[in-house]
Design a protein around this ligand. Structure first.
Ligand SMILES: *Cc1c(COP(=O)(O)O)cnc(C)c1O
Length: 487
């Protein structure tokens, strides 16, 4: 399997190179040359474990690695650390070390990157740069902490993440990690990181010192591919539980930010999994919802800070990969669209691309709707969901109401409700009377009795190990200082 850039500047790239580079030198994203049909190959294998499906999916794409290497990487990533549970159509993707779904991809990425580095004979130290709206940062830190040959530098918008997310990051252990708050929003942090990636001169300078810059954001193909596994695993869970028959189509609803998770669902379909509709759910930052309805992507609007902060995004990077497919893999068209986005802040797609995207339904949920949904679901079913998952739940219900489509579904459940305790207690109208999030977690735990994940227990009593703040202009300087530190 080889990889190509969505903007046409690179072709015939090996999987290990694509993983190491993160982003293509032309600014485009790596995509596989083709999608192998996996569904037909594995549909009759019964009761495959999460690790086994991971192996099946990953080996189709990352063909530079031996089966033994992939098995080793998969087991090292997931064994006793991560699992997926299906309940009432909710695909709980948050049973990992950071209690959010990004664990699946970010536990795996360091393992495959380490192997890729060996394949490519790279002796340089690799610096993982990440801009995070909350969950990515912690998951990257957790995945790369003390992995030999790597350093991790995470930038987060200092007022754009929850206090739980912030404490998770600020207490991160590891000799090779650094966490920095940015005076700006997530998009500004991400733009800063992208500018560093796009600056060839700076990267050359770093390389001459034996430092290579790479990414852990969901644009890295090494992060995207392992997410395809959710949908295969979820689908077979529904089959095993006799909620559907093998071959039946399902719909998937995904709370969407950078478009990685829902794109993975689309890739699963390209590999044969019977998925009918992709319900793309947005919060008040409804840029994607507008895009699917109008065919116009318009970022000329203010970013709204919501109670589903991991979805507070104006430029959903991975959409580029879907546009690439929608355009009939026309790299020139993608280049034009992305230039328009950069220069004018807006682009619109043609009729054919729009037609291609007809299986995508976009809509958004307000905080009022989210609160109401969380409360109703809890009171009716005793089942508690977080604010991100609730966005998908609300949008799915809007879809069902407007279409009458009764196709069975999976809703990607992306975070533990304990990660956003204040929003959840507000939704449930529990009087907490406390101004400390960690007290609110305790109160919520007493109220609902749902098991509190270990990583969130006594988080406030852990030692703060990072307290760096910088302006968006100084992001590069922070990087250079960190590079200079010996570990
Ligand atoms: C990152 C994140 C999302 C959005 O996922 P994308 O792959 O970026 O679209 C949704 N919910 C939670 C809890 C997240 O952390």
């Amino acid at each position: 399997m080889r990889f190509i850039s969505t903007r046409g500047g690179e072709v015939n790239i090996s999987s290990s190179k694509a993983i190491i580079n993160g982003i293509s030198s032309d600014g485009g994203l790596y995509v596989p040359e083709e999608f192998p049909n996996l569904y037909e190959k594995i549909k009759n294998k019964k009761n495959l474990k999460y690790e086994e499906i991971s192996f099946e999916v990953i080996k189709e794409f990352f063909t530079d690695f031996t089966y033994e290497e992939i098995k080793f990487a998969v087991n090292k990533s997931y064994e006793d650390r991560f699992k997926v549970v299906e309940e009432n159509g909710f695909l709980e993707l948050y049973h990992g070390p950071t209690s959010a779904f990004k664990d699946a991809a970010l536990l795996f990425l360091p393992q495959i990157m380490k192997l890729a580095k060996e394949k490519e004979n790279i002796n340089d130290e690799i610096i993982i740069l990440a801009a995070t709206s909350g969950d990515t940062g912690k998951a990257a830190l957790e995945g790369f902490s003390d992995v030999e040959g790597f350093k991790v530098l995470v930038y987060y918008p200092k007022d754009g993440v929850s206090s739980v997310q912030k404490m998770q990051m600020l207490t991160q252990k590891g000799r090779n990690v650094k966490v920095v708050g940015i005076k700006g929003n997530f998009d500004e942090a991400q733009r800063g990181v992208k500018e560093i990636f796009g600056d060839e001169e700076f990267k050359e300078k770093m390389l001459s010192k034996g430092i290579r810059i790479s990414s852990a954001n969901s644009i890295n193909i090494g992060r995207l591919i392992p997410q395809i596994v959710y949908y295969y695993y979820g689908y077979f869970q529904l089959v095993n539980k006799q909620k559907i028959k093998l071959g039946d189509k399902i719909n998937v609803a995904v709370p969407t930010g950078n478009f990685g998770n829902i794109l993975a669902a689309y890739y699963a379909k390209e590999m044969g999994l019977p998925i009918a509709k992709f319900i793309c759910a947005s919060n008040e930052n409804k840029i994607l919802s507008d895009f699917f309805n109008e065919g116009i992507y318009d970022r000329r609007r203010e970013l709204i800070l919501t109670e589903s902060p991991s979805m507070d995004i104006l430029v959903s990077s991975n959409l580029e990969r879907l546009l690439f497919e929608a355009s009939g893999r026309d790299a020139n068209e993608i280049k034009t669209l992305m230039e328009e986005l950069k220069n004018k802040g807006v682009y619109s797609i043609g009729k054919e691309s729009k037609e291609f995207l007809k299986d995508f339904y976009g809509n958004h949920a307000s905080i009022k709707e989210v609160y109401k949904a969380i409360k109703n679901l809890y009171e009716k079913e005793g089942y508690l969901i977080d604010t991100h998952t609730a966005v998908a739940y609300v949008v799915l219900n809007k879809y069902i109401k407007s279409t009458g489509d009764t196709t069975p579904y999976l809703i990607a459940s992306t975070a533990s409700p304990y990660k956003f305790p204040r929003s959840i207690t507000n939704a449930l109208e529990i009087d907490t009377n406390k101004d400390n999030d960690f007290e609110v977690i305790k109160r919520l735990n007493e109220y609902c009795g749902i098991n509190l994940p270990t990583n969130l227990r006594d988080l406030d009593k852990k030692e703060v190990l990072h307290n760096n703040i910088c302006s968006t202009e100084n992001m590069r300087q922070v990087l250079e200082e960190f590079v200079g530190e010996n570990i």
